[in-house]
Design a protein around this ligand. Structure first.
Ligand code: ATP
Ligand SMILES: Cc1cn([C@H]2C[C@H](O)[C@@H](COP(=O)(O)O)O2)c(=O)[nH]c1=O
Length: 219
């Protein structure tokens, strides 16, 4: 039998999945990494807040906060601090080593949740990101969008009545988050809006349609 043909090296890419709670980001991030692996492309699958030991500790502080919780200013700074550690210790080293990085949430979440829905302001969040992470941006962001009642049903099946401190905020907050994401996508062509109300296979196919053009050999 012939040996499999050697795949040409492909340029390392930083991809993020974004959207509200339960739209299918983790599911699709995993499926993308598996699809890349089938093509011989190594990818780091990671998440925010998290992805390093320090950032995972900050995640606990954010999602299960002590006392009465954080004011939006402190919350935004904690997300930026977690991201700073994640970028410096996990994302940049992986990209430098020629790996793809597939991240479940990144700075667009801070812009939608803290900047817009939380009222801190988009410029303030972007400033924190510049200070913490040098303003690093994914080359493609997939913004998954699905109707609220469908997402509520998915979350009910997955989590029952459990919700973390941010996921458990009221419906208006989450509607503002969804509107915030959609508005941010209008101003940035690296953000691809994906209808996430179909089956997992349909959403994956839409993601891969947008990934294929990126599978070009590194020069
Ligand atoms: N296209 C789909 N159709 C139906 N169910 C789905 C689909 N995609 C994901 N699910 C299911 O919906 C639930 C939420 O999916 P997932 O955990 O991937 O979402 P998420 O956006 O990462 O959520 P969170 O923001 O809360 O972490 C899971 O139980 C998952 O199996
Ligand atoms: C990165 C980031 C996240 N959040 C919120 C969004 C979710 O409510 C949680 C993360 O939980 P998930 O299970 O991973 O979806 O944190 C945020 O408010 N701001 C951010 O920058």
């Amino acid at each position: 039998m012939n040996a499999p043909a050697e795949q040409p090296a492909v340029k390392a890419r930083f991809i993020a999945f974004e959207g509200g709670e339960g739209v299918g980001k983790s599911t699709q991030a995993k499926r993308l990494v598996a699809a890349l692996a089938k093509r011989g492309i190594e990818a780091l699958l990671t998440r925010e807040p998290g992805g390093t030991a320090g950032a995972e500790m900050i995640r606990k502080l954010l999602l299960d906060p002590p006392g009465t919780g954080w004011l939006v200013q402190a919350e935004a700074m904690l997300f930026a601090a977690a991201r700073s550690d994640h970028v410096a210790k996990a994302i940049k080293p992986a990209l430098m080593a020629g790996k793809w990085v597939v991240c479940d949430r990144f700075v667009l979440s801070s812009r939608a949740y803290q900047g817009l829905a939380g009222g801190l302001g988009d410029e303030e969040v972007k400033t924190l990101h510049r200070i913490g992470s040098g303003g690093l941006q994914p080359c493609r962001t997939f913004l998954l969008e699905a109707p609220g009642d469908q997402v509520t049903e998915r979350l009910r099946k997955r989590d029952g009545d459990e919700a973390d401190a941010i996921g458990g905020r009221n419906a208006k907050y989450h509607a503002d988050v969804a509107r915030g994401f959609a508005g941010l996508a209008q101003d940035d062509e690296s953000i691809i809006q994906i209808n996430a109300s179909g089956s997992e296979d349909e959403v994956h196919a839409a993601v891969m349609h947008n990934i294929e053009p990126l599978l070009v050999p590194a020069s």
